[in-house]
Write a protein that binds this ligand. Structure first.
Ligand code: SAM
Length: 252
């Protein structure tokens, strides 16, 4: 996630009730053009045609508290479009978003490319919001799984996306999304190590895109093929070219 302080959104930590578990119909921004642009089917159509979509329009799919943290926690639409174009080779590609939040990356990626995007998310209320947004957008190739990375078999994918999912573990209470899941330094290191082992096991040809990194280093066998300035950081694209060494603790 974007960790620059000046972009940090109001803290939601401890305000569980500020994050409703199902989205109520968002009040559209003023103006007919905005109202048309926030229609879920119009959003889907625009994405499919690769027309520009403003984040403030896409984010109306979510409750206000979720929109309020978008610039810090959810991938901007333009970044999601670019990263998904890089990760998807054809419509059979299966992409895993490790830490999917409310589904923004997967929904944009699935709408733009038509490929299968799976979002893994440990906060159940985010999974519900992601499913709700998918239903309203009528995006059929994005799905969401409520699980922790350490309890999920993440091996059967062609491509992985990370938007710095684990860093929240290192923040203090006021800057975390909420306290509905365990967050700790111990968990940060454990999750980074799990992600690195997962990437080390991945088959040759696997693609990995990161935005603001993932907290670890890419295991041996990966080649960085692109580093492109994008929004508040860079998108990095890695390809697994050879069988690497198993990850050891000293790699982190
Ligand atoms: C920075 S947000 C990115 C959300 C989404 N990828 C996007 O770009 O819009 C990171 C998300 O990862 C989730 N997360 C962090 N650690 C996780 C874990 N070990 N297992 C599953 N989800 C995790 C958090 O709950 C949060 O919603």
């Amino acid at each position: 996630m974007n960790s620059s302080n000046e972009r940090r959104a109001p803290a939601l930590s401890g305000q569980r009730s500020a994050l409703p578990t199902s989205s109520t119909a968002p009040s559209p921004p003023a103006g007919d053009a905005d109202r048309r642009a926030t229609n879920p089917l119009a959003l889907h159509r625009a994405l499919r045609k690769r027309l520009p979509v403003f984040d403030r329009h896409f984010d109306t799919l979510y409750p206000p508290a979720i929109r309020g943290v978008s610039s810090q926690f959810w991938t901007p639409v333009s970044v999601a479009v670019r990263a998904s174009e890089l990760l998807v080779r054809n419509r059979k590609t299966r992409v895993l978003d490790v830490g999917a939040g409310v589904g923004k990356f997967c929904l944009v990626g699935a709408a733009v490319t038509g490929a299968a995007f799976v979002g893994l998310e440990h906060r159940e209320h985010f999974v519900e919001m992601a499913n709700d947004a998918a239903r309203r957008l009528r995006v059929r190739t994005a799905s969401f799984v409520h699980a922790r990375l350490d309890k999920f078999s993440a091996d059967d994918f062609d491509a992985y996306y990370f938007y710095n999912p684990f860093e929240e573990n290192l923040w203090n209470d006021g800057t975390q999304l909420d306290r509905t899941v365990e967050l700790s330094e111990r968990r940060f290191f454990a999750d980074v190590e799990i992600a690195m082992s997962m990437l080390a096991r991945a088959r040759t040809g696997t693609l990995v895109a990161t935005y603001h990194g993932f907290g670890g280093v890419m295991p041996s066998g990966y080649q960085r093929v692109l580093r492109e300035p994008c929004w508040s950081d860079h998108i990095e694209l890695w390809v697994k070219e050879a069988r690497g060494e198993p990850v050891s603790r000293t790699d982190r």
